[in-house]
Design a protein around this ligand. Structure first.
Ligand code: TNX
Length: 524
């Protein structure tokens, strides 16, 4: 008998020792301060209790602004998608049947300093999302979404309950401009593909989405007054594929989809260089003196509009007018990069003339850093990609700067020499290099007040569908979300890496084809 008990115990001990080592529980589920939030909030205080999200939870929203109800509906949809729970919004059930509520509240508080600021108060029976604006409430519910655990706890009650740690979060963004760019010109991406990208960016609190709508290889937006731009210019792409374009209705659909996520679309028509597709459609635009033919390669810098023809500016007035009229955001991006075959004086004349057209149609101009060589207005914005001195000159002139330095934030750079997709002209950008830089000090002598924010461009010479896009964008774009939002002192690689690994359930649920870098010990 004794022998048998001993043998069984030994077996159990050996079996236990042979069990694969369980990953340590990364945060006690009721410690809010350890929650793996990205971007990391300004201030988090844990109260070590919990709110149980379950079938008896309801969402209520401030009545003074219908936008808050929309935020409530968005949250309800996402809770349904993640947990299966149907959480009603502003349904006047009998008061006594309400067990727990999430209140999305228009509030005034000293702590709410910017339109995107929010507070999150989580108690046992209530969650308050406080913000002065709908936009802030929307950012706040992204934080709340990240606090809902992947698995329910089915032992506490007779029905499933998702345990959300209690406490208080006070939060606001570092930069007002936190953008991503997608090049839909080198390869075309469908409306559905673009929507999926926007959806993921919204989860990480991005608020700008820049669409690179034209380049040598393709023109991607319908212009009703110049139809060949899409019938001819839209029919090509890198590698000889069939290209494509958005009708104005489809573009508006994207604008609205982004707006529901409080993301502003910034349209770009690149000029005077990167214009082969436009000139193939309408040869009078061409200024390089060469015979035109469709281009499906990946060289840059060979094309230009003719900067000395009035008809070119009449054409551009139509293009900018049509796009501006369906783009509610304040910006129109004119490109302006790599115009290697435009004589410098023509380039400057061109930028100054086009700036006036952009302003006439009610928008502020954005351009790549080369535009700083022209005499531009302080209301125009310069996007740094390769020449720090252009950013410094522009800032002295009163312009705001968007930081997109290729060596740090180009999503189309390879991670390492083994990367399947991407280029390497600006270097390799592994996930830690992408994260470990400080936008506020990146350019010497650039006052912080001159920095509008950061943007992560994704050029598409080597990618042509969502899976390839996601391979390059994720996880790096998640880190850029944090660099744009969180305080410098909260951007710590070791801490970030531990939080990032816990985002696998979200990425898998979204079917994101992220690059599983070995720099992160993924929770799989
Ligand atoms: C440079 S960055 C470009 C693009 C290319 C990209 C590839 C910039 C303003 N121009 O035309 O697609 O490099 O990385």
């Amino acid at each position: 008998m004794f022998k048998k008990v001993f043998a069984v115990s030994l077996l159990l001990i050996v079996a236990a020792a042979c069990q694969p080592k369980k990953k340590e529980i990364l945060y006690p589920k009721t410690d809010l301060s350890q929650a793996p939030l990205i971007p990391k909030p300004i201030n988090t205080v844990a109260t070590h209790s919990a709110f149980g999200l379950d079938q008896n939870t309801v969402i209520l929203t401030s009545e003074s602004d219908p936008g808050f109800e929309q935020v409530g509906r968005f949250l309800s949809d996402k809770i349904k998608w993640q947990t299966g729970l149907e959480v009603p919004v502003n349904q006047t059930a009998e008061e006594n049947s309400i067990h727990r509520f999430i209140y999305i509240n228009k509030a005034n508080s000293q702590d709410l300093k910017t339109p995107e600021s929010y507070q999150l108060y989580i108690k046992n029976d209530s969650i308050f999302v406080n913000s002065e604006s709908v936009e802030g409430a929307f950012r706040g519910i992204q934080t709340l979404r990240q606090l809902i655990p992947e698995k329910s706890n089915d032992t506490l009650t007779d029905h499933p309950l998702w345990v959300i740690p209690s406490g208080k979060i006070v939060d606001a963004p570092k930069f007002a401009f936190r953008g991503a760019m997608l090049d839909v010109a080198r390869h075309f991406f469908t409306v559905e593909e673009v929507k999926k990208y926007i959806d993921i960016l919204a989860y990480y609190k991005y608020n700008k989405f820049h669409l690179h709508l034209s380049d040598d290889q393709g023109w991607r937006i319908e212009i009703k007054s110049w139809p060949k731009l899409t019938t001819v210019g839209g029919a090509t792409e890198v590698g000889g594929g069939k290209g494509g374009f958005y009708t104005q209705e489809e573009y508006k659909e994207l604008v609205n989809y982004a707006a529901e996520r409080h993301i502003t679309i910034i349209p770009e028509i690149d000029m005077p260089g990167h214009t082969n597709a436009a000139s193939v459609s309408y040869p009078f635009l061409n200024g390089n003196g060469k015979t035109l033919k469709p281009y499906t390669g990946t060289r840059v810098g060979f094309s230009t509009f003719d900067a000395n023809k009035d008809s070119v500016y009449i054409f551009l007035d139509d293009v900018i007018r049509e796009i501006a009229s369906i783009s509610p955001g304040p910006y129109f991006h004119i490109g302006g990069d790599e115009s290697h075959v435009t004589p410098k004086k023509d380039y400057i004349h061109f930028v100054e003339r086009v700036e006036k057209i952009v302003q006439k149609h009610g928008k502020s101009m954005i351009g790549w850093n080369e535009i700083a060589q022209a005499d531009i207005s302080p209301s125009s914005v310069v996007q740094l990609w390769n020449e720090k001195k252009h950013a410094q000159i522009a800032a002295q002139n009163g312009s705001k700067i968007i930081l997109s330095p290729a060596e740090k934030i180009y999503l189309d750079m390879k991670y390492d020499s083994l990367s399947t997709y991407g280029l390497n002209w600006a270097g390799l950008i592994p996930v830690d290099t992408a994260y470990n830089w400080d936008p506020e000090t990146y350019v010497e002598d650039l006052p912080i007040e001159s920095i509008l924010g950061i943007e992560a461009p994704l050029w598409s010479e080597t990618i042509s569908n969502s899976a390839e896009l996601e391979y390059l964008a994720f996880p790096r774009a998640i880190g850029y979300g944090e660099l744009g939002w969180s305080l410098r002192e909260h951007c710590d690689w070791e801490d970030y890496r531990t939080r990032l690994r816990q985002h696998v359930p979200y990425l898998e649920r979204m079917q994101v084809n992220y690059y599983p870098t070995t720099l992160v010990d993924w929770d799989k």
